[in-house]
Structures are given as C-alpha cells and as structure tokens.
Design a protein. Sequence first.
Lengths: 112, 112
Amino acid sequence: TQLLEQSPQFLSIQEGENLTVYCNSSSVFSSLQWYRQEPGEGPVLLVTVVTGGEVKKLKRLTFQFGDARKDSSLHITAAQPGDTGLYLCAGTDMDSNYQLIWGAGTKLIIKP
Amino acid sequence: NAGVMQNPRHLVRRRGQEARLRCSPMKGHSHVYWYRQLPEEGLKFMVYLQKENIIDESGMPKERFSAEFPKEGPSILRIQQVVRGDSAAYFCASSQVTYEQYFGPGTRLTVT
C-alpha cells in the first residue's frame, strides 16, 4: 500500500517567515500534486510535478519533486496571512494513473 | 473558463429519502471523479467515470450508491434511502489528463 507522509501536520508562524512542508514516501509516484483547501471548500490545485528533480514556482511558493519521484516539498517565502490554509499533497499511483494517494495535510496558520 | 460546478452546495435529507448530487466538469474535461470527505478526515475516492462509462467504482458502497456521467448533462451521484452515516461532504473532480484533477466546491449532505 502506498503512503504519503506529510509533515508537519500543523505549523503556526509569524508573517514574513519562511517555511517548508514535506511529503515523503517509500514508493515512486508518476506525478504529484499540491492542493490548498479552505474550510467548507474543495481543494484547489496549486501545481502538478511530473519529472524527477522538477522545480516549479508560483509567486512566493516553490515546489520541488525529488529526483527519485518519491518525495516533494513546498517552500513558502515571506509567508503572508493569506497563505493560511490546509495544504495537501497527492501522488498518482504508478499502476493507476488516476488514483490519488493523499497526504494527511498540513494546517498552516500565518499570524499577522 | 468556469471551474467544476456542483449543486446543490447544501442538501438536507431525512433518513430513507434519496439524495441526488450533480457535477458539471470543466469545459473540455472528459474524466469525472467523486470523493467523500468526513469532518476532519481526508478525501476518499468513490468512483471514476468517463462519458457513459464507469471506469472504477471500487470506492463506492455496493448498495444504495450509484453514479452516472451521461453523454449529455452533468454527472450524477445518487444515494438511495440515505442514512445518518451518509452525512458528509461530497466532492467532484474533473480532469483532461487523469492525474491533474480539479475539484468543485462540494455538496454538504446532512441526513436528519
């Protein structure tokens, strides 16, 4: 059974600080997605990474896919209160290209 | 380009009634997925459909639950004879490529 371990589960930091969220697995994924979910809403897709070693930037957010495609990280520079939310990683099973394996989520709070 | 649309956003049903949840995928997307989310829990895969075909319904209870994605019109998730345990948020996602899934805002079903 594939698992995605996401850490930390909870993070509360001051505005302006940097942070990194990790998703790790012992399994290889064909792709990995990062989502952000607000209370009462559906997950919003932030990025998809497909190639080992790939780095994608979305304003102050930097996403990296590990060389072996077993892990990924999300780095936020100069966090703002608007970044507050639940961040989820989801990997695509190698055998089934649609089954998403979900991390447990990181609840991020940015204090002004 | 409108996102994934779901309606209703909130649905209240008495035990024994039927619940019908609708999902209109993003324009150009031919893959539809349904997920269930219980409070404080992750998303659980229910079913994957393409137009007029159920591809994978392994996550859907065999009884009382059914899903369709007709040639014309939205995808429908139907729950017959609802019970209190069916109360949850139901999310629909759509994709053009199977691993990059875009989620709708969800339907919150409450069974009284």
